[in-house]
Design a protein around this ligand. Sequence first.
Ligand code: GLU
Length: 508
Amino acid sequence: MSKKVRVRFAPSPTGGLHLGGVRTVLYNYLFAKKHHGDFILRIEDTDQARYVAGAEQYIFDCLKWAGLEPDESPKQGGEYGPYRQSERKEIYRQYAAQLIKDGHAYYAFDTPEELEKMREDFKTEQNPSPQYDHSVRQKMRNSLTLPADEVKKLLAANTRYVIRIRMPENEIVSFSDMIRGEVSFDTAVVDDKVLLKADGMPTYHLAVVVDDHLMKITHAFRGEEWLPSTPVHILLWKYLFGLNNMPQWAHLPLILGPNGKLSKRDGAKYGFPVFAMSWTDPKTGELTEGFKEKGFLPEAFINLLALLGWNDGTEQEIFTKDELIEKFSIERVHSGGAKFDYEKAKWFNHEWIKRKEAGYLRSEVKDLMTGKGIAVTDDNILDKIIALVKDRCTFLTDFYDQSIFFFRSPEQYDLNAVKPKWNDAKQLFFAELIRNFELNNDWAAHTLENNFKEIAAANHIKPGDVLLPFRIMLVGGKFGPGVFDIAEIIGKEETIIRIKKALEAFTG
Ligand code: GLU
């Protein structure tokens, strides 16, 4: 029997969740569900300097909203916990010690000043920012250069140190990436990365390898920005676990904005969201609007993210989550950057709003209207309204403008559209329409339409000439769904009140 698939999303809780992050979640999730595996959320919070309070809860909220909840996480727990790296500190120390014992890592006692001096002293035109690597380490203060008893003394005296990997000088590290195929790196150009920091916390490089091993991760999908770190991770896998059960790697393509990698700044500049949900930076108080608050449906959000780098080989663009689970394959993810097109994102949302039943959208629309002080009392009527206007909504938030006239009589009229063509014939027509409506007990849209047309014919008026004024009477402008549908919903009394009120404005 093959091994159970186990994948992970391993964010650092440092701020808003970028859509690239959610796409990583999505690809992990789809792959796990397709293979009846587990999707794990591991919080990589070992960088205390970058830790942001509230960011972890926010990640949970985003995954919940997107419908991509993990099977194991710091919240749910699971067999392989703790799932927060800051709670696993002791575990990493043992592995760091083992690496030192085996000669693959060493203690480095260099002070920040000494490191700065190294960068100055070894700077050349060809190498403007020298790294702590095989060519430099022999000239620094570490357990490779200092006599053993001095190292012992320094450790006994609690001197600050870090543990660094001892990168081989000339080794080609190769691995097969599920998206990119064979990838090779020359270790000569990779620095001796810190594995354990002076505060006793591991760096990402050590923690990711240890945790992927202990949590039995079978496939590690992550952003392309981690590709250059892979040789370090592979060597650690080799030194610690003999490469046994190393996950299969896949590095996902960058998401591109109008000018290179899509950034939060692009969002601000071009007016589109880049975070899944709104995020307020606790330090600056700056609020960045998210896809959710902008009015995206989670179904549309994951659909558009799925297609940012993947397709199923056909022209199909709209996929439900179940279809994505069935059709997704990591091998079909392309390696080139995926361009984010906000107009296309809006198209997805519009398509999803159109496809959703009114009842499904009801609570969102109700919350929206209530939030703006409109009391929605009748769910049946609300469902009818939603069904009538949803084709006109790109965002959930559009439901307000598209349906406010069902709840409130217009305060202003597009008089320019009516007044220049207003005449006595039209005035008489509406007077008769009011009389007809007052006596009318059948208030169905098609009856109203028939009556409207009959009265127009009897008055030798083209129905088209009085339809626009009628619409403006009911909604205020040249917009909205079928005008007789609107009249049916707002009811007889309200329709008549609105006609009378508008007539005064038109003729005043
Ligand atoms: N903690 C890393 C991040 O924030 C995770 C990278 C990985 O998945 O290996 O992106």
